[in-house]
Ligand binder design. Structure first.
Ligand SMILES: CC(C)(COP(=O)(O)OP(=O)(O)OC[C@H]1O[C@@H](n2cnc3c(N)ncnc32)[C@H](O)[C@@H]1OP(=O)(O)O)[C@@H](O)C(=O)NCCC(=O)NCCS
Length: 251
């Protein structure tokens, strides 16, 4: 018997912002209009993380986990052991959902949606604070904007910019083969230093001359991730999807 998608709706939302209950009925996520983000600990192996993602796809689409296959193909070298993940569902005539995966500090973030191609990034705030990343991350406009912020708020902004740019570069399928400084992202609205009451700024791609998609098709959603981490999910599609956050493992 296939797993049911019920766990998604049965789980509590972990609080705004960055979380929303799916707008579908009580027994199913409206996957064409929702991006589901599942957060948890990494498995012991990469294959274990992929198995968690395949199980999540099965739950959300109502199929047996055995019928879900994940494949990878590097768009640069053609190898099948790295690159963006793709889903196929045996025996299904519908379009398979898009997926993305990120790890940081032993944590795992999975994204699944039928709204369009998706990219997710998760980062450890401690790792970001240790690494001198601003020189390789910020466009001139972002450097100017951050210079006006207090150090703590600037730290949160750097985490937001990093995860946003990596999520965009993942949804574009190019990763860090593109220089993140080629993109300028604006952070609108409230942004505070990391902490239990942190608020997350809205993100907008304001400039990327080589962007493969029109700006209006790109939707950037900040994700309320575990303490000590930051996360953003990017979707390319006609409509801005709802965000639903849930645990990666359902006990
Ligand atoms: C995408 C990328 C930024 C992620 O790196 P990271 O921060 O170390 O890792 P994350 O945990 O955030 O994400 C890992 C996932 O990104 C995904 N990914 C890898 N390359 C990707 C790409 N080009 N586009 C979208 N997603 C990609 C994979 O699903 C990977 O999961 P896996 O480890 O289970 O295979 C990095 O892998 C990259 O820049 N790749 C492109 C570089 C490239 O083309 N190299 C060519 C080698 S021949």
């Amino acid at each position: 018997m296939p797993d049911t998608p019920a766990p998604v709706n049965g789980l509590p939302s972990t609080g705004p912002p960055g979380n929303a209950r799916p707008s579908g009925g009580p027994s199913a996520v409206d996957l064409p209009h929702t991006v589901v983000v599942a957060l948890g600990d990494c498995a012991d192996t990469k294959a274990g993380d992929h198995a968690l993602l395949a199980e999540l796809v099965a739950r959300l689409t109502g199929v047996d986990a055995a019928s879900v296959t994940l494949t990878q193909r590097c768009p640069r070298c053609g190898a099948g052991d790295h690159g963006p993940l793709r889903v196929s569902i045996a025996g299904s005539t519908s379009v398979a959902p898009w997926v993305s995966l990120a790890r940081a500090g032993g944590r795992l973030a999975l994204a699944v949606t039928a709204a369009g191609p998706v990219g997710i990034d998760l980062e450890s705030l401690a790792d970001l604070a240790r690494a001198p990343i601003t020189d390789v991350l910020l466009s001139p406009a972002e450097t100017d904007a951050l210079s006006a912020l207090s150090p703590h708020v600037a730290q949160a902004a750097v985490a937001a910019l990093w995860t946003t740019k990596e999520a965009i570069l993942k949804v574009a399928g190019v990763g860090l083969r593109v220089d993140p400084r080629d993109l300028t992202v604006s952070l609108d609205g409230p942004a505070t230093a990391p902490g239990p009451n942190a608020t997350m700024a809205r993100r907008r791609l304001v400039d990327w001359p080589q962007s493969p998609f029109p700006p209006t098709a790109l939707h950037l959603l900040p994700v309320s991730s575990p303490p000590g981490t930051a996360a953003t999910v990017a979707i390319v599609g006609a409509c801005r999807p709802e965000l639903y956050v849930m645990p990666a493992r359902v006990g």
